[in-house]
Design a protein around this ligand. Structure first.
Ligand code: XMP
Length: 317
């Protein structure tokens, strides 16, 4: 039967045997999977592990700075790369969700490739791929239709010529968290909600602009902070705000407003493959709505998503 301690022990031995004395590069996102993968690799190969953390401009508010700060004592050789402008300029004018995913995936690989070439003699690419990533990517891709292409699977370009090591690929999310606990990772890392690789890029419906990103970051922060304050963050599997490019009429004092809508999503799930919408308490929803409408310029209406997966997906794009 499976125990996290035994998994850690055998996986460290496996990594040592596979990778030997080679250097390994890993894309750190600050999320649970890449963090656990990084710490596991670090235990196995020490300073031969190099981590790259790319700011694609589509992260949560202050996420880039706080992740770099939180990880600075882990010894992971982390290099932060600010590539915000590159991503945003490539996304200009693009509305289609799959097109946006492809662009974000491609620019990510370009930036990552450039950075990893700065590290001498890297032979391996480590990825925090987990079992559901593989299953979803296979099962949703029929010959005729791709529901959503998850760019964290199979994203390796041929020209990188790196061998791949994926130490978590047999695990489900709850097992990854247990492994993280066994490795001594703290709950502020292990308890984080999943966050998609394309980030806020697929939580802004339609075209992504710097202005919309800033609005969504502010609304999302109010939402997440309130969930934490109400003691609900850890009870929810994943939550996030979505920017809708729909304008509706409102009143503010004596003035008529005509502004955008924020949708709130919160789901309960085991692995993201199916999900139920969370029955968040009305007083908490009321407070979040008031705060977003009063504080975030450009938003005059907040709605709550009461759809489960299937048939709705967790993300709106
Ligand atoms: P859906 O929307 O398919 O989401 O119900 C299921 C889980 O996958 C995440 N997700 C993504 N993760 N790249 C990722 O790395 C993507 O393109 C992507 N799309 C969805 C989503 O946040 C949820 O946890």
């Amino acid at each position: 039967d499976w125990t996290s301690a035994a998994f850690v022990e055998t996986t460290i031995a496996d990594i040592k045997a596979t990778v030997g004395n080679d250097k390994v590069v890993l894309a750190l996102s600050g999320g649970v999977d890449s963090s656990v993968a990084a710490v596991l690799l670090h235990k196995a190969i020490g300073t031969n592990l190099h981590c790259i953390f790319v700011d694609n401009g589509l992260l949560r508010k202050n996420e880039y700075e706080s992740v770099l700060e939180q990880y600075k004592d882990f010894g992971l050789n982390i290099k932060g790369v600010d590539a915000k402008d590159k991503f945003l300029s490539q996304l200009a004018g693009v509305e289609d969700p799959e097109q946006k995913r492809k662009i974000i995936g491609r620019v990510f690989i370009e930036v990552f490739d450039e950075e990893s070439h700065l590290i001498q003699d890297v032979k391996w690419l480590a990825q925090g791929t987990i079992y559901p990533d593989i299953i979803e990517s296979v099962s949703v891709k029929g010959p005729s239709a791709t529901i959503k292409s998850h760019h964290n699977v199979g994203g390796l370009p041929d020209f990188m010529k790196l061998k791949v090591v994926e130490p978590l690929k047999t695990l489900f999310k709850d097992e990854v968290r247990r492994v993280g606990t066994a490795l001594g990772l703290e709950s502020f890392i292990l308890g984080r909600h999943p966050f998609p690789g394309p980030g806020l890029g697929i939580r802004i419906i339609g075209e992504v602009t710097a202005e919309k990103v800033a609005i969504l970051q502010d609304a999302d922060k109010i939402y997440i902070d309130n969930l934490k304050e109400a003691g609900l963050y850890d009870k929810v599997w994943q939550a996030g705000a979505i920017f809708l490019p729909v304008r509706s009429v409102g009143v503010m004092g004596d003035e008529r407003t005509y502004e955008n809508v924020i949708a709130l999503r919160a789901v309960e799930s085991l692995d993201g493959m199916t999900a139920d919408w969370c029955h968040l308490p009305y007083p908490v929803l009321a407070k979040i709505s008031n705060e977003i409408i009063n504080k975030v310029k450009g938003i005059n209406r907040v709605v709550y998503d009461i759809s489960s997966k299937p048939p709705a997906t967790i993300e709106w794009e």
